[in-house]
Write a protein that binds this ligand. Structure first.
Ligand SMILES: [Zn+2]
Length: 109
């Protein structure tokens, strides 16, 4: 992902609308690109600060943002784990099918 692409995803990320592979690539980019991280942080802080000013609650936005990123990274890890499990199940099912066909082939020959 380039910085230009990353900029397009910042708003979606801040609005919790970024998911799946795009979220993963975006998180990777901002953890390796200080400029994009700063830009994302500014958007996030601005949005949240405006919302909090309206309802008057106190806040620690920097740690909330770190928490949000951690939750998103955890989500991505589970997402990837689920993909691996899915692949294993398909492989086992495939092997079972091959075994079954060989058995039938040998049995009826
Ligand atoms: Zn960047």
């Amino acid at each position: 992902m380039t910085c230009q692409e990353s900029e397009q995803y910042i708003q979606e990320f801040v609005d919790d609308a970024l998911t799946g592979e795009r979220l993963e690539v975006f998180l990777w980019h901002i953890s390796n690109c200080k400029a994009c991280y700063n830009e994302m942080e500014t958007s996030y802080l601005l949005k949240e600060a405006l919302a909090r000013l309206e309802d008057g609650t106190s806040f620690d936005l920097h740690s909330e943002l770190k928490e949000k990123i951690q939750i998103m990274e955890q989500y991505i890890r589970w997402h990837n784990l689920a993909a691996v499990v899915r692949r294993i199940i398909l492989t086992v099912a495939g092997l079972f099918l091959v075994w079954e066909m060989m058995y039938l082939y040998l049995y009826y020959l």
